[in-house]
Design a protein around this ligand. Structure first.
Ligand code: TMP
Length: 253
C-alpha cells in the first residue's frame, strides 16, 4: 500500500495529505506533553478519546453554524478535516481564573471572572507561546482588525456552546484554547475553528467535587489521564462506559 504523505507532525497529532485536494487526515497520537514538551509521556488511549471528543465538539459547532475544519471521523484515531492556513495564535477564553492567569495576576484558581476574558498567545514553541496583545497581532500582520473581530466572536460562541454542554453534564468549563484557520473558498476567505477541541486544550472541573477532568491531571500528576477523559466522554455520551475496549486491541479467534 502506498504510504500517505506526512504534511506535519506536532506534539499530539500528525497531519497527512487527504484523499481530495483541500482535505487533510488528522491523526491523534497518544503522546502527552506539558510545559512546552519539558514533560512527556505516552498515554495509551488518549488519542482515541481526543479523536472522539474533538469530533463531538466540532460537529456540534458545525451544526449551530460555527464553521470548523471538521468533515468526518475516519476511524478510531483519524478524522478528515479541511485544509486551512492556521493563524499563528492560540486563542484562550477564560471563565474562571486558573493556570497561567492565576500565576501572572495572583488570582486564586477557581475565582469566577466578571466576564469571559479572551487572551492571545503567539504560536511559537521556541519562545514558549508568549502572551501577546492585539497591538502585536496587528503590527506584525498575523491577523487584521477584521479577523480579530471575527476571532473574538467565534471564540465567544464556542465558549457559550462548550460551557452549555459541559454544564448539562455537571462539568465547569474553566477555560480553553482554540486555533483558527483561514479557509479559501473560491475568491472568499472564511475563518474556521481548526486543530482540536479536547480535554488536552480545555480545563474541565467536576462542578460538585472540583475534580479535574483535563490535561492538568497529567501536568500536575493527579492520577490517570485516560480515566479523566473517559469520564468526560461517558458523561457526554460520546463513548460507552467500557471505553477500554476501544483503546486495547482485542484478539478474536
Ligand atoms: P494556561 O493557563 O496554561 O495559559 O492555559 C489556558 C488554557 O489553554 C488551558 O485550557 C489549557 C490550554 N492550553 C493549550 O491548549 N495549549 C497550551 O500549550 C497551553 C499552555 C494551554
Amino acid at each position: 500500500m502506498a504510504r500517505r504523505k506526512k504534511i506535519y507532525e506536532g506534539k499530539a497529532k500528525i497531519l497527512y495529505e487527504g484523499p481530495e485536494p483541500g482535505t487533510i487526515v488528522q491523526y491523534f497520537k497518544d503522546d502527552a506533553t506539558a510545559f512546552n514538551a519539558e514533560k512527556k509521556d505516552v498515554i495509551e488511549g488518549k488519542g482515541v478519546l481526543n479523536n472522539r471528543l474533538s469530533e463531538f465538539f466540532m460537529s456540534g459547532l458545525n451544526q449551530i453554524g460555527v464553521p470548523t475544519h471538521f468533515i468526518k471521523r475516519l476511524n478510531m484515531r483519524e478524522q478528515l478535516v479541511r485544509s486551512c492556513e492556521i493563524i499563528p495564535l492560540e486563542i484562550i477564553v477564560r471563565n474562571y481564573a486558573a493556570g497561567s492567569m492565576s500565576k501572572r495576576l495572583g488570582i486564586d484558581e477557581g475565582t469566577q471572572l466578571p466576564r469571559p476574558i479572551v487572551e492571545y498567545c503567539y504560536k511559537n514553541d521556541e519562545l514558549g507561546d508568549p502572551l501577546v496583545t492585539e497591538e502585536h497581532i496587528a503590527a506584525f500582520g498575523w491577523a487584521s482588525q477584521q479577523d480579530m473581530d471575527d476571532i473574538v466572536s467565534l471564540a465567544l460562541r464556542v465558549n457559550d456552546f462548550l460551557s452549555g454542554i459541559m454544564m448539562a453534564v455537571g462539568i465547569r468549563l474553566v477555560d480553553f484554547k482554540i486555533e483558527i484557520g483561514r479557509f479559501y473558498e473560491g475568491d472568499f476567505v472564511r475563518l474556521i475553528v481548526a486543530d482540536e477541541i479536547s480535554p488536552d486544550s480545555c480545563r474541565l472541573w467536576d462542578i460538585e467535587t472540583g475534580r479535574k477532568l483535563d490535561k492538568d491531571v497529567f501536568r500536575r500528576d493527579l492520577g490517570s489521564l485516560t480515566d479523566a477523559y473517559t469520564e468526560v466522554a461517558t458523561r457526554l455520551g460520546v463513548m460507552p462506559k467500557n471505553a477500554g475496549q476501544f483503546t486495547k486491541p482485542t484478539l478474536i479467534n
